[in-house]
Design a binder for this molecule. Structure first.
Ligand code: KIV
Length: 293
């Protein structure tokens, strides 16, 4: 069984015979408990929080305080988790936009805020230009997960959420960025929105695991967003999303059934109500209260 520690994750290369890593996002205590019970290896408290929980159109709106708030909820959920078997997933807190772009000092301070909230590692986006902040955070003993390819915090610079690395030179830039991130101390690298051949090129080039999203099958693991896996997010899903349930549909049905029961008087029933003893009920009826038992 794999240990869900940074060294355990770091040594998870598929080419060395390890099972692919499974990472899922989670943003609250119940989600974290479900991910643990399902046996996932890593939980990412992603800045996708902005879109799937807080209703924004991109990830640029969340702050360190938002991610810390939700990381703390995930941490509490895992502490209370009763799942038998696998050790709890490793919790990775996503450093949001502008929390590490302004220099090493801010980056380390914000990474520390996520660790104090319960993260065991942080993730940040970008290639070689992020090396100084990656090195500073690693130097402060906080493990860093890199993120290359389609980096949603660069949505405006990329001109939208577009697959990256399609051209020869761009693919080589991604490979060299990954090697640089590894050399700077990243223990794993998310590869998002790249052709599967490019994911393979990058994965073969580094000794740390790559975790793909929209990056095909050649990576050392896969990550999906909780709301996408469960079918809670009803906005248009990208083609790499596989929905494993229709929790959104089931939720609407359940809420509609509740509304119907309330309006028709079927909820609550007698068993779902509290009752007085016959004696107290009788005494109150002396004052004109209706006797309900
Ligand atoms: O925030 C997020 O959910 C992510 C994943 C898509 C990797 O960064």
């Amino acid at each position: 069984m794999r240990t869900h520690t940074v060294p355990g994750i770091r040594s998870s290369k598929v080419r060395e015979g390890r099972d692919p890593l499974v990472m899922v996002t989670a943003y609250d205590a119940p989600g974290a408990r479900q991910a643990h019970a399902a046996g996932v290896d890593l939980i990412l408290v992603g800045d996708s929080l902005a879109m799937v929980v807080l209703g924004y159109d991109d990830t640029l709106q969340v702050t360190v305080d938002d991610i810390a708030h939700h990381t703390a909820a995930v941490h509490r959920g895992l502490r209370a988790s009763t799942a038998d078997g696998p050790s709890p997933p490793l919790v990775v807190g996503d450093l949001p936009w502008m929390s590490y772009h302004t220099g090493r000092h801010d980056a380390v301070r914000h990474a520390a805020a996520l660790v104090r909230a319960g993260a065991q590692a942080v993730k940040l986006e970008g290639g070689r230009k992020r090396l100084p902040v990656i090195e500073a955070i690693v130097d402060a003993e906080v493990p860093v997960m890199g993120h290359l390819g389609l980096t949603p915090q660069s949505v405006h610079a990329m001109g939208g959420f577009k697959v990256q690395g399609r051209q020869h030179d761009a693919a080589l830039v991604l490979r060299d960025d990954a090697k640089a991130l590894e050399a700077a101390g990243c223990f794993a690298i998310v590869l998002e929105g790249v052709p599967d051949e490019v994911a393979k090129l990058v994965t073969d080039a580094v000794d740390v695991p790559t975790i793909g999203i929209g990056a095909g099958r050649a990576t050392d693991g896969q990550v999906l967003v909780y709301h996408d896996v469960l079918g809670i997010e009803d906005r248009m899903a990208p083609k790499f999303v596989r929905r494993y349930a229709d929790v959104g549909g089931v939720s609407v049905e359940a809420l509609a059934a509740f509304a119907d029961d309330v309006r028709s008087g079927r909820f609550p029933n007698d068993d779902e109500s509290y009752h007085l003893s016959a004696e107290v009920s009788e005494s109150l009826s002396l004052y004109g209260s209706p006797s309900v038992d």
